[in-house]
Write a protein of this length. Structure first.
Length: 102
């Protein structure tokens, strides 16, 4: 089992998703956050089994259409981005290119 470390920028991504879903319906943002946190808990056991996109693995949080992009680093799994998969693929690529090479 690996330690899952969410970098600050990925935490900001999750906060952006929470705000987006909360604007859709009261309480939906909180449910989104809970769902992503459950996925991150699963990631500690499943790290490395997901398809690789460029320099990242991507775990899909299906209920809210979010991609959890991560890299393995020794005993840690570093979550570098949590992005809405319904966005323009070019936007997603640009976001990933701007993330640190940890």
């Amino acid at each position: 089992m690996k330690n899952v470390v969410v970098i600050a920028r990925a935490a900001d991504d999750l906060e952006d998703a929470r705000h987006f879903y909360e604007a859709q319906a009261p309480g939906l943002g909180q449910r989104c956050t809970i769902s992503v946190l459950a996925s991150l808990t699963k990631l500690s056991e499943l790290s490395g089994v997901h398809a690789q996109f460029g320099r990242y693995h991507r775990m899909i949080e299906k209920t809210y259409h979010l991609g959890i992009y991560y890299r393995e680093a020794g005993e840690d799994t570093l979550v570098l981005a949590i992005l809405d998969l319904r966005r323009d693929p070019n936007w997603i690529r640009k976001q990933l290119q701007q993330r640190p090479n940890l």
